[in-house]
Design a protein around this ligand. Structure first.
Ligand code: 5GP
Length: 125
């Protein structure tokens, strides 16, 4: 159950459907805890989405209610994906939109991984 009065997880969200194989995605990586695929509307030369396999609405939900194994497995997967893509030397940016002010569109926790060029300021304007 999500924290802080957030709405319950909706299993029809687009990433849940990708996890179930109901919608295609360009998969990069998968293990017990994480699934990674290319963003459909990339904002950088490399724009990967990494999502946990579990049903968590947001970072708030995941960080408060996921098991230690899920958190560890997921975070290690994000690092491995970046490493395997050869991004450690040039560098990359991780971003997790959470809730209304962030503009989070898909209510299944996800980390954006951006890379492939200098990424500029963290927050425009
Ligand atoms: P948010 O704004 O929730 O942090 O990011 C949602 C991301 O999901 C956006 O970057 C958007 O382009 C991506 N996205 C939305 N629908 C799909 C889809 O069906 N497939 C893929 N691969 N990415 C999607």
């Amino acid at each position: 159950m999500p924290v802080n009065g957030l709405p319950p997880y909706n299993s029809q969200n687009i990433f849940a459907r990708i996890l179930r194989g109901e919608i295609p995605a360009r998969k990069i990586y998968e293990d017990e805890f994480a699934f990674a695929f290319h963003d459909i509307n990339p904002q950088a030369p490399t724009h990967v989405l990494v999502i946990p396999k579990g049903a968590y609405c947001s970072f708030a939900d995941f960080s408060a209610t996921a098991t230690e194994a899920e958190i560890t497995g997921f975070i290690r997967a994000v690092g491995k994906i970046a490493r395997d893509l050869g991004l450690e030397a040039p560098g990359y940016r991780l971003l997790a939109n959470t809730g209304e002010h962030s503009g989070q569109e898909v209510a299944h926790f996800h980390i954006h991984l951006f890379a492939g060029r200098p990424l500029g300021r963290m927050i425009p304007g």
